[in-house]
Design a protein around this ligand. Sequence first.
Ligand code: SF4
Length: 354
Amino acid sequence: MKKLIDTKRMAEDLSDWYLASKRNLPWRKTRDPYQIWVSEIMAQQTRISALIPYYQRFMKKFPTVQDLAQADIENVLTLWAGLGYYSRAHNLHKAAQTLVNDYGGYFPRELKNIRSLPGIGEYTAGAIASISFGQREPAVDGNVKRVYARLMLDDSEVASGDMKRNATEFVARLMPHAQPAVLTQALMELGALICTPKSPDCNICPLGENCQAKVAGKQLELPKKKVSAKKREQKKTVLLVKNDSGDILLKKRSEKLLHGMYQYVLLDGHLEDGGCRGELVNMGLEPLEVNGIKGYSHVFTHLVWDMRGYRCRVKGNSLDEARMDYRFYSEEEKDRLAIPTAFIWVEKESKEHK
Ligand code: SF4
């Protein structure tokens, strides 16, 4: 049964609160769909405070969709290194090329065309359509579902089709009573600043008077989550290998995971010192030092790498023919390469163990 709510009042209270309290974020100074798009893609899986410097560097390097479309993917990945979820960078690059080739460098306005671009799902399409083009298109992400589920005391499972449908319908009912750009951002902002997952600040919430979870004291029980399946774990060993000149052994990945990015020597299983020495010899190198460093676990979407690490010094530069996918890079060259978050710990730990 539908619960009766004053959607006009809610939309107005939310808009007033947002206009008075919004954070001063770089992409909020514009309605340019290119900038809104990049900020939305970066914000997926990344905290806003962490992504601001990435966003600013990205915009400086690729100020227009044409600049991004013409860029070498390696340069895009280098700027993305550290943000994780690298398929986002590959998709941004591909979509920029589609925009230039098929749409003359402009963003299409129709939702179905926006949605058809690589890496743009329903949420991002709704965000671009409402924020950039002022269309009444709901943008429902995890923040919005949480706010909706609490306001309306909806105990559907958060990842279910029911939850998505109900939350979308709810936002669509608010839309006619506010500017779409303001409403979309206000819902996101409320979820990010006040109606947070673990400590909602209901006392200062602009929608507190209309919130059914607040009345029932069930804020922390909603939205309802499914118990997630355990992620597959793989044991790995990472070697930071340097030669006498201080050059570092790296490989450009051809695997689907972290495709096109660079890795240190990565071996399957947890190896002891002797095993690492054997692997280096197999590569055609003479190991001079092999020292253990603190390991690290990196969590991907469906997988965890439980990594053990070693700092190695070797003699020789010529690798065995079978391992020519690896090569030595100078420090300067390495700094220009895209090294993913999964490996950023290696150098830090290696320095601490010197
Ligand atoms: S009153 Fe509390 S639970 Fe309800 S929307 Fe506001 S912050 Fe969230």
